[in-house]
Design a protein around this ligand. Structure first.
Ligand SMILES: Nc1ncnc2c1ncn2[C@@H]1O[C@H](COP(=O)(O)OP(=O)(O)O)[C@@H](O)[C@H]1O
Ligand SMILES: N[C@@H](CC(=O)OP(=O)(O)O)C(=O)O
Length: 423
């Protein structure tokens, strides 16, 4: 048994969905649990619907949702013949669920509504892809993952209930494999014990696949991407980026920790616990070898570059010149945890604490506000953070050229530089 994950990029157009057929033909004789994300940028579009709804702008929410509906119906229409009517009915049921909600007044938390709306992206994409593959002779069984993966009610960043989900995998998923060799389901979403939909954090489908790989004792997990594999930098920003053919779990966790947008940070642990190898392969050219990620040590890695835009520098200076010791720092970290913020870089001085975070205006305001009693808080936005693991000093110099260095931090393994663009 293998677990496959196809991300939004692999199902973003009818051409790409059609191109899945030869991939599945290559794995004809294998049992596959297939996890799929929402098509293209559907999740971003659904986020806008959730915001409009919560701003009590019903017309805008319905209009934005209408566009998403049309796009999915169009895709289904282009791809399906005999299976269209049944698929349209399935899609319509999902549309109706959301439209009912959009006609209500928001009375619960934003995060709750976000999950009820945004989860639909994966339900729609999988309904279409499953019907299309069945029509193309790749027989598969569609599964509503919300019947299997139970989570808590920490909406937008829900935690898996491993015990209950394991039970459900045994009761629901395993029996399906006696009828079909492909079970196709949604990434990114789950459900609470009260049948409320939840999401596992943006880009969480990699993690969903890893949860299934763990619970099914899969022999491997493969993430299919639009790149040759894991590269030493994002090839969209660094055209000279090179493929890394072998990596280990630790290195991938480090890359994700520093913000590499290649594999979701939570993915590795469920795989590592059962020593399940992770492959990253290219859906555009399946003959490419890709990247193999395993448990063993790897040597001679190239410098790994992570470039993050839209960074905020926050400086907390004690108002009365008292040391910023364990207690105030612990309080700041509690606020980070409460707001689900993770600093990308921190520095502790005698009377100040400095941190760099991804910009999230609402949370930044809340953080600055909650610290304002104790600290003088300064905020600078619009910065960029460069991280290089296994760095060579010349590379840092080269990539810093022409930029104003605001903050630098260096260990034997990793260097980080925060930059302000010079105007
Ligand atoms: N180190 C890296 N190696 C490979 N790809 C990377 C890396 N860092 C960022 N990327 C980007 O990740 C993109 C694929 O991820 P994403 O768009 O999230 O795909 P999906 O929708 O399939 O999950 C690639 O097109 C590439 O630009
Ligand atoms: N659709 C979700 C989950 C996901 O993992 O997507 P992708 O595999 O396209 O990164 C998101 O965009 O966050």
């Amino acid at each position: 048994m293998q677990v496959f994950k196809f991300g939004g990029a692999s199902v973003s157009t009818t051409e790409r969905i059609r191109a899945l057929v030869p991939i599945f033909h290559q794995f004809r004789d294998q049992q596959l649990l297939v996890v799929i994300s929402a098509m293209g940028k559907t999740t971003n579009a659904l986020e806008k619907v959730a915001h409009a709804f919560y701003d009590v702008n019903r017309d805008a929410a319905l209009q934005l949702f209408q566009e998403i509906k049309q796009q999915h119906l169009q895709t289904a229409g282009d791809l399906l013949n005999t299976g269209y009517a049944a698929c349209e009915e399935q899609l319509t049921n999902f549309f109706t669920e959301v439209e009912w909600l959009l006609h209500d007044q928001p009375v619960q938390s934003f995060d709750y509504y976000y999950d009820q709306i945004v989860c639909i992206g994966e339900l729609l994409s999988t309904a279409i892809v499953s019907a299309f593959l069945n029509e193309a002779g790749i027989l598969n069984q569609w599964l509503d993952v919300r019947d299997v993966l139970r989570t808590d009610d920490n909406f937008r960043d829900a935690n898996i209930d491993w015990e209950y989900s394991a039970l459900k995998v045994n009761q629901v998923v395993n029996p399906l494999f006696s009828k079909t060799s492909i079970v196709l389901t949604q990434g990114f979403i789950g459900s609470t014990d009260e049948n409320e939909s939840t999401t596992l954090g943006r880009e969480g489908s990699d993690y969903s696949a890893a949860v299934f790989a763990n619970l099914l004792d899969a022999s491997a997990q493969t993430i299919w991407k639009d790149v040759a594999g894991v590269m030493n930098a994002d090839p969209k920003c660094f055209p000279d980026a090179q493929l890394i053919s072998t990596l280990n779990y630790t290195e991938v966790i480090e890359m994700a920790y520093y913000g590499a947008q290649v594999i979701h940070p939570k993915t590795i642990k469920p795989l590592q616990n059962k020593s399940i190898p992770l492959q990253v392969k290219c859906f555009l050219d399946t003959s490419l070898p890709g990247t193999l990620i395993h448990n063993k040590p790897v040597k001679d890695l190239p410098p790994i570059i992570v470039w993050k835009e839209n960074q905020v520098l926050l400086q907390f200076k004690s108002k009365d010149f008292s040391f910023v010791g364990e207690q105030p720092v612990a309080q700041l970290y509690q606020t980070f945890a409460h707001l689900s913020l993770r600093p990308n870089m921190t520095q502790n001085g005698a009377i100040s604490f400095t941190c760099v975070l991804d910009d999230n205006p609402e949370k930044m305001d809340e953080l600055a506000h909650s610290a304002a009693g104790q600290f003088e808080v300064t905020v600078e936005k619009g910065l960029s953070l460069l991280t290089i693991r296994h760095f060579i000093p010349e590379l840092f110099e080269k990539l810093s050229a022409g930029k104003k260095l605001v903050l630098k931090q260096e260990t034997t393994e990793t260097v980080q530089g925060l930059f302000r663009s010079e105007t």
